[in-house]
Design a protein around this ligand. Structure first.
Ligand code: 1HE
Length: 259
């Protein structure tokens, strides 16, 4: 195994690809090598994979940007570096399949930016969220200014950056950092359970949710409604939809259950 390959621990479980950040001694700080390995993992997603879970090995999701790599970078290199992160995190956000982040321990700076590029975030009670960029004299560069305010609001993000405020897992699920809060050490198990479930959806529905829904949500209302109609008509005309609806009408599949 090459050294760069060992920065990620990649495993396939059924139709789910597990991508484990694997620098536990450095609290999964994100160096260039690990970011490029993430890019590679998403570029070569096997066709049979229906969902991805990203998690951190060793009790922390990620301590963010590897600060030891920052020291010698000038302005141009910094710009290119940030754009490289954008390229990779865009690949996650626009992945063919749903991506679920399992969060525990530190979800800091660039680690939070990585988590924000996933579609679903699942946290256990040890998770905490921070943006210490302000105190380090730097700024976010992995897409947080664009993605995080959409989750928690720009005022909350500004407070985190200005004051160093840290949010705990319990607050995080209320405020929008994560959609799920589990019992102790339960994030990866829950993320896998959700991944197995979403992998069973019709591929076109998952495509619509990942690719069309975010565009519709940000479009002007009339453009958005037209896009919704177009996407709905494409989805319902797919044979997969016809099969699934027939199965329901013939009582071959379960009903929606409350809770
Ligand atoms: C690191 C990093 C890192 C740990 N870059 N090496 N992120 C931060 O400002 C967070 C910095 N890290 C911490 O505050 C703490 O390490 C933690 C709270 C995450 C964990 O504390 P702890 O006591 O469990 O571990 P530790 O002893 O502090 O760290 C273990 C080792 O990991 C240690 O190295 P060692 O060689 O002395 O063993 C640390 O130096 C190393 N380490 N975090 C490099 N981040 C695209 S822009 C994004 C901008 C940002 O992400 S800014 C936020 C940066």
């Amino acid at each position: 195994m090459t050294q760069s390959a060992s920065l990620l621990q990649i495993e396939t479980r059924g139709r789910v690809l597990l991508v484990g950040l694997n620098r536990p001694a450095k609290r999964n700080a994100l160096n260039d090598g690990i970011i490029l390995e993430i890019e590679r993992a998403f570029q070569v997603l096997p066709a049979e994979i229906g969902a991805v879970v990203i998690h951190g090995i060793g009790g922390h999701f990620s301590a963010g940007l590897d600060l030891s790599e920052l020291q010698e970078r000038d302005a141009t290199a910094g710009l290119m570096h940030s754009r490289m992160w954008h390229r990779v995190f865009d690949l996650i956000q626009h992945a063919r399949v749903p991506v679920i982040a399992a969060l525990q321990g530190a979800v800091i700076g660039g680690g939070l930016e990585l988590a924000c590029s996933a579609h679903i975030r699942v946290a256990d009670p040890s998770a905490y969220y921070a943006l210490p960029e302000g105190s380090r004299g730097i700024f976010v560069g992995g897409g947080a200014s664009m993605r995080l305010p959409r989750l928690i609001g720009v005022h909350r993000m500004a407070d985190m950056m200005l004051t160093g405020r840290v949010y705990k897992a319990e607050e995080g699920v209320t405020l929008g950092f994560a959609q799920y809060l589990t019992e102790a050490d339960g994030a990866l198990t829950k993320a896998l359970e959700l991944a197995e479930r979403v992998a069973q959806n019709a591929p076109l529905t998952n495509f619509a949710v990942l690719q069309a829904l975010p565009l519709i949500a940000e479009a002007s209302p009339q453009t958005g409604l037209m896009l919704e109609s177009l996407m709905a008509s494409v989805a319902q005309s797919d044979q997969e939809a016809k099969n699934r609806i027939r199965d329901f009408l013939e009582k071959k599949v379960g009903k929606v259950k409350s809770g």
